[in-house]
Design a protein. Structure first.
Length: 398
């Protein structure tokens, strides 16, 4: 067991005998979350009712948890706000980015970006009705495609299928050199590897709370706006909690100072309380140590799978520095193989068309879990356990 797993594994509620390699899709439950949420429900909501907005600081939770997440992504206090979902935050920030470059009409991304990011951009362009267009190119064509028509470049730092890691600083510098706004999606980065938005010069960013931050299913997302842009940007969604004086109940909207204008509606307190527990736990670990452990475990997994499962093809970058905290292999029967693995207690997931995806989260995964996963995967393939009707039947969530 790695040093990190020895320190943190018992802090999570994990079923006995399960090897959980899907923390990049849904982080496991921190044990402390149960008691914390129970206290919010029984003590704060149940006992103190509406007075808890002041008495227990509910109204400050989006900013307080945002400041904690800021420490994980190279941002300063007052630059990160927890709110809404990743998709809604992306809509808000893409709209704000286009307003910063009103003479430009192109939103640039890569063809393999996570579909919801592309759908949001497509929908925003159609809604505006001002001739904006979504332009998609291959990942290695992004820099060359940034021209004087591009208003905003938006990319997911770690590719959700392969785990390929973009060079954030290089791409951001290229965007700025052509006068474009740079927006990063940190869904597979935050809490998994060192991120430094300040050092990269990123303008805007979004991310989710339910993957490596272990905030629970559907946990609130977060957004980042660089300090020097906060008084300049205009959010396309303007709700009462983003108002300069929400409890003045004015009929017209005035932007709150700084990052506060990014809020829209009433924050989900129960979900925020759960997310804060996950973030606090992660902040106890050293992110550089976590990254080193992630790389070592991924290298062990790749070597073992390639030695014992030659039918699988590595689709993640082989160089650790170009890979996030996941390892992906391809096989024509990928879906069925993943289902057979789950039946054995090894939980990864499948991404179309043929990718078996395994998340490496060193807070609860060590060498023993990696070796067990390799053994089970080898057995599934050698015995053709995947070749059963029940494993071929597609579920609603893959």
């Amino acid at each position: 067991m790695t040093v990190l797993a020895a320190r943190f594994r018992d802090r999570f509620l994990l079923p006995e005998g399960v090897v959980y390699l899907d923390g990049n899709s849904l982080g496991p439950l921190p044990k402390a979350t149960t008691s914390r949420v129970a206290e919010v429900i029984k003590g704060e909501w149940g006992r103190d009712l509406v007075t808890s907005w002041n008495k227990h600081g509910w109204i400050d939770l989006p900013r307080r948890v945002g400041d904690k997440i800021a420490r994980l992504i190279g941002a300063a206090p007052g630059e990160v706000m927890v709110a809404d979902s990743t998709s809604i935050n992306l809509f808000k920030l893409l709209g704000a980015a286009l307003a910063l470059r009103p003479e430009r009409r192109v939103l640039l991304s890569e063809r393999g970006n996570f579909p919801t990011d592309l759908y949001v951009a497509e929908g925003l362009a159609a809604l505006l009705g001002q001739g904006h267009a979504l332009k998609l190119v291959e990942a290695d064509e992004i820099v060359a495609a940034i021209d004087d028509d591009v208003a905003v470049v938006f990319l997911t730092e770690v590719d959700y299928r392969t785990g390929r890691l973009h060079d954030m600083a290089a791409v951001t510098a290229a965007a700025h050199a052509r006068g474009a706004v740079m927006l990063w999606d940190l869904a597979h980065s935050a809490g998994a590897l060192p991120v430094d938005l300040h050092a990269a010069g990123a303008n805007l960013a979004v991310g989710c709370g339910y993957k490596y931050l272990n905030g629970g299913p559907g946990a609130p997302a977060f957004l980042y706006v660089r300090q020097d842009l906060q008084e300049e940007i205009r959010m396309p969604l303007t709700g009462w909690l983003g108002h300069a004086a929400p409890f003045a109940f004015e009929s017209g909207w005035r932007a709150a100072p700084g990052i506060g204008r990014a809020l829209v509606g009433t924050p989900p307190i129960l979900s925020l309380a759960a997310l804060e527990v996950g973030v606090d736990l992660l902040l106890e670990a050293d992110i550089e140590e976590l990254r080193r452990a992630s790389i070592a475990l991924a290298e062990r997994f790749i070597a073992g799978v390639e030695a014992r499962c030659p039918a699988l093809r590595l689709v993640s970058p082989r160089e650790p520095a170009r890979r996030g905290s996941q390892v992906s292999f391809a096989h024509p029967e990928g879906y069925a193989i993943v289902q057979a693995l789950i039946a054995r207690g090894v939980i990864g997931d499948f991404r179309a068309p043929d990718i078996l995806r395994f998340g490496i989260a060193p807070l609860f995964i060590g060498e023993a879990e990696i070796d067990a996963a390799i053994g089970h995967l080898s057995a599934v393939l050698e015995r053709r356990e995947w070749d059963r009707p029940e494993y071929r039947k597609r579920a609603a969530v893959t």
